[in-house]
Ligand binder design. Sequence first.
Ligand code: GLC
Ligand code: CA
Length: 546
Amino acid sequence: MTLEKDNLWYKDAVIYQLHVRTFSDSNADGIGDFAGLTQRLDYLEELGITAIWLLPFYPSPLRDDGYDIADYTSVHASYGSLEDFKTFLAEAHRRGLRIIIEMVLNHTSDQHPWFREARSSRENPRRDWYVWSETDTRYQGVPIVFVDTETSNWAWDPISKSYYWHRFFSHQPDLNFDNPAVFEAVWEVMKFWLNLGVDGFRLDAVAYLVEREGTLCENLPETHAIIRELRKRLDLAYPGAMLLAEANQWPADVRAYFGDGDEFHAAFHFPLMPRMFMAVKLEDRKPIIEILDQTPEIPESCQWFIFLRNHDELTLEMVTDVERDYMYDEYATDKTMRINRGIRRRLAPMMDNDRRQIELLNGLLMSMPGTPIVYYGDEIGMGDNIYLGDRNGVRTPMQWNSALNAGFSLADPERLYAPVISNAVYGYQAVNADSQKRSEHSLLRWMKSLLQVRNAFQVFSRGTIQFLNPSNHRVLAYMRQFGEETVLVVNNLSSSAQAVELDVQRYKGYIPIEMFGRNLFPRFGNSPYLLTLGPYQFYWFQLRRI
Ligand code: GLC
Ligand code: CA
């Protein structure tokens, strides 16, 4: 591979997202660790993913699953040592797997030494590293993210007798990016991990870095200036390292985070995600087409990152009120399934464990424009535990086999950081990686073949998309095109069989090859192309002029 191509690795990647704590426990203390994760790399390589996104593994009081960082340059003792991390990184790289880590710039834990110093006295040199106020009335109107737990973005500090600003939990004070020393400290932290060899960062909560009176304190020009400076330094010293933006915003606002190709390399496409679920429930392609029509072009070197589920609630911030009610009614009838403005469930249970719908959604994920992310466990159809607090219901131990603790740990079950799923439908006896490896028709084996096809054609990662407009609106069909590669994707979003007539005049004379079986379908002719699809069925056709 040329260096230039290599530097765009994130465009052709398939990402697997996991938390080291949830994956594999090597020393029987009930908590997953880097040594355990390293032993599982063969599994991930075999699955066909090309990069791993690690959730925060830093020392932390773990009141927000590690997003409350108390030390940015070491590893939480439960997960092992920095040496263990280095071994993991080397072993991943040896297999050609890239590693993306979390960088939480917006805030620290209130246990971080920076904050302890800052609150210790108003004269402390670190005082100005955080955002303080005498009153709790500044920045009125700024939305609260964790609406179920927080009532204000200000919290009272009894030690220094003033208020500090926090966009998330009150134990997560926001850093003050108006202070250049904060920026330098953060850059030092990033260099530390880059020097170890990590391939990229997910920058958490990046829309909220800077606050200004009279604004919503989101997406401010000052925030973009900070990102541009970070990117400049990154490109100079660490070309090929990637920055991924977590900005839960509308596409037009997220577009700004790509700049002129001089801010982020990649950004999550948050609004697309709920619309994939909506389209399947409504049996109508409209939500997906609408949001992609509203999605602006991005610079050549940039990429959207797309996903179905992740470690957070299925966020419903980027939908209308009507759409949110619809999603709640359809996917979270039990109120226990709701949290903040979202739904805390995994993919398989949301699909009622219907294999056809699970496949359809994964098929969409792997064929729509962008770099796809698979949330750990979703490749085997793991369930969730809605009775665990916060978002922990989708963070239960990985289910490896039907042995004790799902093969995750040899500790006593009571000692696990969270109970394994053990109900009759999704429990580890019924759903686990080992048994799915052994069964040819398992979801795991199916996911492998899906990834194999996806990885063999760059058109999926780099190609343009053009929607077809058949009169049957239950069918979502699009052409992907890149260089010599053209692929036609046809999805039946409905629970019943459908027929569709596709206008493929432009490709008259081409032969569609079904990409999983490599079988030839009838050549495109003059009349509309007729296809029939079973419930939730989809086709990927490679178009060839033979
Ligand atoms: C991001 C993370 C979420 C965390 C929050 C605060 O949104 O995805 O898990 O709670 O930031 O750090
Ligand atoms: Ca352990």
